[in-house]
Design a protein around this ligand. Structure first.
Ligand SMILES: [Mn+2]
Length: 354
């Protein structure tokens, strides 16, 4: 549909009395999409059953600020993404440690009296944060979304029981995560939101288009595992690999721990069309104490995230700086662990058969 027509339709609908809502969410992220789904379900149940929803996916980019022009509906919502101090923002839910781009934004949030903006940094997933907050504040109940909430919490909080669950992908939720993170269709997340509200995850994986995309991406996933196996360098509890010459749009962040169970931390340099990414993570299955706050480390270089998994985005051509930053972080983490890790690095990783 052309933009003018869509705009005219929207105006017509709002004249007919249906409240128009824009929901901005963390794109290509199971928890981001889950957050948009549970918020939609909440709004229909507790605020306005006839509301008309529009969705806009947001991605972390180097130095990103919100374009105020984005918030063009009577209700403008952000879920699972950074705060905006725009007066046009009416609802906000996030759980990221780096939710506020500036101290002024944090101050603006602290002075908010709308009762519709919520920050839950102790939650593992924003999906669960929204459900529980709306339960206690607005009496929201959605037992049919329990499967979605369970998996969003497990996936975003990296609570998989083992590396094989995360990497071999036998569950519909982990399969769908691969499709979400790897689909080349920029509207995939948006089209998935209504499906998540109305179908169990297995039924979504049974949609032929979703299944075919999964099969294609899983083949790439297996190749990626081989590349990371050959590039990964585990030293002093930190595995580092540079795959910036590969055209991955993203890869499963647990592959390094599946292959190198002795790793406490991983640092990965990769590149997509929009950015060079330095991903820094910690191995949830390695019992060594993890004292480094990875969000704080990444914040030093303009990145952010959670204490246990964080990232830095740089412009897609800034290779020299990306390599320097990755190198500094690797050196930092390795020297911090050198004393405690010692020779705990033997043992081979997993191999997917077939
Ligand atoms: Mn999240």
């Amino acid at each position: 549909m052309c933009f003018e027509l869509a705009l005219a339709l929207r105006k017509l609908k709002s004249r007919c009395g249906a409240m128009a809502i824009l929901v901005c969410f963390h794109d290509r992220c199971f928890d981001g999409i889950g957050s948009a789904a549970v918020f939609t379900r909440f709004y229909r149940q507790c605020i306005d059953p006839k509301a008309e929803f529009r969705y806009h996916g947001l991605m972390h980019r180097a130095g990103q600020l919100f374009d105020e022009g984005l918030f063009d509906e009577p209700e403008n919502v952000i879920v699972d993404f950074k705060y905006s101090s725009s007066d046009r923002l009416t609802w906000w839910f996030d759980h990221h440690q780096s939710a506020f781009l500036t101290e002024a934004d944090a101050e603006h949030f602290r002075h908010d009296r709308s009762g519709k903006k919520f920050y839950g940094p102790d939650y593992r997933s924003c999906t669960k944060f929204i459900v529980e907050t709306c339960q206690s504040k607005f009496g929201f109940e959605a037992p049919e979304l329990e499967e979605l909430v369970y998996w969003a919490d497990l996936i975003d909080g990296a609570q998989y029981p083992d590396t094989r669950t995360a990497v071999e992908m036998h569950d519909p939720a982990t399969q769908l995560t691969l499709v979400i993170e790897g689909s080349s269709d920029p509207q995939f997340s948006v089209r998935l939101i209504p499906e998540l509200i109305s179908k169990p995850l297995q039924k979504i994986m049974d949609i032929p288009e979703v299944r075919q995309t999964f099969d294609r991406l899983y083949t790439v996933h297996l190749k990626t595992i081989d590349i990371i196996r050959s590039r990964g360098e585990l030293k002093n509890g930190v595995v580092f690999f540079d795959v910036a010459d590969q055209s991955f749009e993203g890869f499963n962040k647990f592959i390094p721990y599946y292959l190198f169970p002795g790793a406490v931390y991983s640092v990965a340099l990769s590149r997509s069309q929009a950015r060079i990414k330095i991903g820094v993570g910690s191995n949830p299955w390695n019992p060594s104490p993890k004292t480094a706050n990875l969000a704080s480390i990444c914040e030093r270089y303009g990145g952010g995230g959670h204490a246990k998994v964080a990232a830095i985005s740089l412009p897609p051509t800034d290779f020299a700086r990306a390599r320097k930053v990755a190198d500094e972080i690797v050196t930092d983490l390795r020297s911090g662990l050198a004393a405690s890790v010692g020779n705990r690095e033997q043992g081979t990783g997993n191999t997917i058969q077939g």
